[in-house]
Design a protein around this ligand. Structure first.
Ligand SMILES: C[S@@+](CC[C@H](N)C(=O)[O-])C[C@H]1O[C@@H](n2cnc3c(N)ncnc32)[C@H](O)[C@@H]1O
Length: 227
């Protein structure tokens, strides 16, 4: 089974930071990630969860195609509700916005205490990282991948008893990604810099977002200076 580059990068991080044998994939769509992980014997069992019946039916098709009915269980429901009574070691929430990911995490905060999470938000990563920080969820590792012209960031995190010291820059650029800046990191933020400058040029100085965008531009310039 071949995954997209984005899903493969998520699977690679799951291999690296695997905890236990059971994964719940929230917002699974076609259940590609859980089916891959089980068919490659990376985990024993997965719950493929989705809020909508279309994706659950698509999941059932993938499960049947790869004969994984005993190991990949489709569950219909919102967020982590379908796994409230299930034994789960790891939880992945990928391919949504940062705000929606936060809403899903916050609805059942009890899950944050005992599970390792693999998160990939398409937008609003700063919202997600700030939430994790407020919940004392330590970002253990991050990776960055380019797939079909989009650059995606993936986060592995879990609760810690230690104090976490983050700066605002960590929320935007990722505490692990900015420690070990790679080509894709610079590509993403050079691109963002141009986008934000374009937005700034279109705004009057009195616009409520003007100073916010200025601040972001200054942060990006500081982060990529010397590249
Ligand atoms: C863009 S797809 C991402 C699929 C897959 N996780 C990936 O990364 O390729 C988002 C999926 O999340 C589902 N979804 C949206 N809101 C959800 C929620 N509150 N709870 C569970 N699933 C949700 C949608 O139905 C859709 O199938």
């Amino acid at each position: 089974m071949k995954l997209s580059k984005r899903l493969q990068a998520i699977a690679d991080l799951i291999v690296k930071y695997k905890q236990g044998e059971i994964l719940a994939d929230i917002g699974t769509d076609h259940a590609y990630l859980p089916c891959y992980l089980v068919s490659e014997d990376i985990i024993d069992k997965a719950y493929a969860c989705d809020i909508a019946s279309g994706p659950i039916n698509a999941s059932i098709e993938t499960i049947q195609l790869y004969h994984l009915e005993k190991q990949v269980i489709p569950l219909l429901g919102s967020g982590m509700n379908p796994i409230l009574d299930k034994d789960v070691d790891m939880i992945s929430i990928c391919g949504m916005g940062g705000k929606l990911t936060v809403d899903i995490l916050d609805e059942h905060r009890e899950f944050l205490n005992h599970h390792r999470f693999i998160l990939q938000a398409n937008i609003g990563l700063e919202i997600l990282r700030e939430y994790l920080y407020k919940q004392n969820m330590k970002i253990i590792d991050e990776s960055i991948v380019k797939d079909a012209q989009h650059i995606y960031e993936i986060i592995v995190c879990e609760k810690t008893d230690d104090m976490i010291a983050y700066q605002e820059e960590d929320f935007y650029f990722g505490p692990c990604l900015r420690k070990n800046k790679k080509g894709l990191f610079y590509e993403k933020w050079h691109r963002q810099l141009e986008i934000q400058k374009g937005i700034l040029n279109s705004l009057e100085e009195q616009h409520p977002r003007y100073h916010e965008i200025m601040h972001l531009i200054t942060m990006i310039e500081g982060e990529i200076s010397g590249s």
